[in-house]
Every structure is written in C-alpha cells, then in structure tokens.
Design a protein. Structure first.
Length: 140
C-alpha cells in the first residue's frame, strides 16, 4: 500500500492538503505519485462563439497552471510527481485512471470545487469511495 498513489486535484484547499499528505508518504516510503486534474467536458455539439472558445482555452490554461503549481509544491519537498490532465466525468476518469495505472491508493480531498460544496462528502469523492477497487484516503 502507498507505493503507487493517485491524487486528484481541483484547486480546492482539501485537494492541495491531499497532495501534501501524498508527498509525505512519498518522502517516507518512496511512493510514486500521479497528480491528475479532470476537466469536465462542456456539453456543446457545435461551438460557434469565439467568446466561448476563449473561455474554454482559459479553463484549460487554468487546469495546466494548477498542475504546474502541484509540481512546484512537490519539487520544494524534494519529490518528483507525474501530472496528467484528463477530460470527462471526474469520478469516472479518476476510477479508470487508478485501475489502468494499477494504483494502490487514491488520496483525495473530501470536498472540492463542485456545485454542492455544502454536502459533507463531495459527490466526486463519494463516488470514488464507493466504487474504487483500491484503498481511498479522504483528506479534510
């Protein structure tokens, strides 16, 4: 356990705390860490507005900047991480990634930047806990 960790990040404070927990495990145990961010697909069949295209590009840049920030945090702690940007349904992509990469642990923030912040356990983290084939650690 804790040899191949995936940490989903969404820019929320709990997701960065989850990253710090994973980095601590990596320093102590030599764990491999993959940090992923999943961009939700915009449900549009035809994009005709330049303004919308610009917003989508800004969203992608924001996601890439978030992953770069994760790399910087890891580097400051002397840990090398792998960052991946995915697109699709966040819970499904996280579960698929953890299975495909044979991860033994998912370390995830208990609540993210989703629409239902008032829930005790976020919808994505709840799905991960209930459907993951590997161990899951929730970080508040």
């Amino acid at each position: 356990m804790f040899s191949n960790i995936v940490v989903p990040v969404d820019g929320s404070a709990p997701s960065f705390r989850a990253l710090n927990v994973a980095l601590s495990f990596s320093k102590a145990l030599g764990s491999k860490i993959s940090v992923i961010h999943v961009m939700e697909i915009v449900p549009i069949t035809h994009i005709q507005s330049q303004k919308l295209l610009d917003k989508l590009e800004a969203y992608k840049k924001e996601a890439q900047d978030m992953l770069s920030k994760c790399s910087e945090i890891a580097k400051e702690k002397g840990v090398t991480i792998n960052t991946i940007l995915l697109q699709g349904n966040p819970a499904s992509k996280i579960l698929d990634f953890s299975k495909d990469e044979k991860c033994d642990t998912i370390i995830i923030g208990s609540r993210g930047m989703g629409k239902f912040k008032e829930l005790i356990l976020g919808s994505v983290s709840s799905k991960i806990v209930h459907h993951s084939l590997c161990s899951v650690m929730l970080v508040k």
